[in-house]
Design a protein around this ligand. Structure first.
Ligand SMILES: C[S@@+](CC[C@H](N)C(=O)[O-])C[C@H]1O[C@@H](n2cnc3c(N)ncnc32)[C@H](O)[C@@H]1O
Length: 273
């Protein structure tokens, strides 16, 4: 078990989020927090188990989940290890995390409000450092990843899970345009090669990879979205019109007046040397 005491130590030369982007993140995730915390798709036990298993958890481990949102991943780890910590920029998300932990009587968890670019923990504080579904919101993913690696101890595991774009550049562009419209705090979804390449930049071994799929329907997605100018009709049209030729690369299939959609993602994991 490693020490996980918060400290003022952060990596040099890693400034925090820029102000305009920070405002967008706060706006979107304050509005999304309540729905996000109740989304069945985001709390799928089997998908969570695969992510936790990828970290090879041991009973005495301590973990950190960055950009933890309502603490879904933190609580999945907490059930299997000694202590799990979550950090997120958005207070409303952390309020949900505290509420859910309280309702479930989970006590081996700690919550911090903070920025992934400047984690308030000493080097090597955690046995496991994870992040799920947040890298597409980051303007500087390599800097955030460097922070995750810094606070992981040698022999610890770094686990990254996010959506990835189609290998077809036209579909990748169309998908990112739709996602940016659906949630203006999105920066971009990257390719599998880009995310896996982050590990190589930090002298980590090539990560183990597992495909990850998240299925939703268009009507669910639109109902819970806060799109540009609150234009839900525009978002609906964008998705409906994409079905012919699967223009977003989401295996789109019409189902009456709805559309079945599938986000393609990956779980990457490696042991820090
Ligand atoms: C799509 S949610 C994912 C939440 C959670 N990881 C999950 O899988 O359920 C993205 C989260 O990233 C957080 N976030 C975005 N940029 C951040 C940053 N620079 N530092 C900390 N949190 C950030 C947002 O506040 C939001 O809660």
């Amino acid at each position: 078990m490693s020490s996980q005491t918060p400290s003022s130590q952060t990596s040099a030369g890693s400034p925090q989020m820029d102000h305009a982007h920070a405002a967008q993140i706060a706006d979107q995730f304050t509005r999304q927090a309540a729905d996000f915390a109740r989304s069945p798709a985001l709390h799928n036990d089997e998908a969570l188990k695969r992510l936790v298993d990828a970290a090879r958890p041991r009973a005495g481990d301590v973990s950190l989940d960055v950009a933890c949102g309502p603490g879904t991943v933190v609580m999945a780890f907490a059930a299997r290890i000694a202590h799990a910590t979550g950090i997120d920029a958005t207070a409303a998300m952390l309020d949900e995390a505290r509420r859910i932990a309280g309702e479930r009587k989970v006590s081996n968890v700690t919550w911090h409000q903070g920025d992934v670019y400047a984690l308030p923990f000493a080097d090597g504080s955690f046995d496991i450092v994870s992040c799920r579904f947040a890298f597409h919101h980051l303007q500087r993913p390599a800097d955030a990843f460097a922070e995750m690696v810094r606070v992981c101890r040698s022999g610890g595991r770094v686990v990254l899970c996010d959506g990835v774009v189609s290998g077809d550049p036209a579909k990748a562009d169309a998908f990112n345009r739709m996602e940016l419209f659906r949630d203006p705090s999105t920066v971009e979804f990257r390719t599998l090669d880009y995310l896996a390449g982050l590990y190589g930049r930090h002298d980590l071994p090539s990560p183990a990879m597992e495909a990850h799929r998240l299925t939703v329907t268009m009507n669910q997605l639109v109902a819970h979205a806060f799109p540009e100018n609150d234009d839900r009709e525009g978002l609906h049209r964008m998705i409906w019109d994409s079905v012919e030729g699967d223009k977003l690369g989401m295996l789109a299939k019409r189902d009456g007046d709805d559309v079945q959609l599938s986000y393609s993602g990956v779980i990457l994991s490696a042991v820090k040397r």
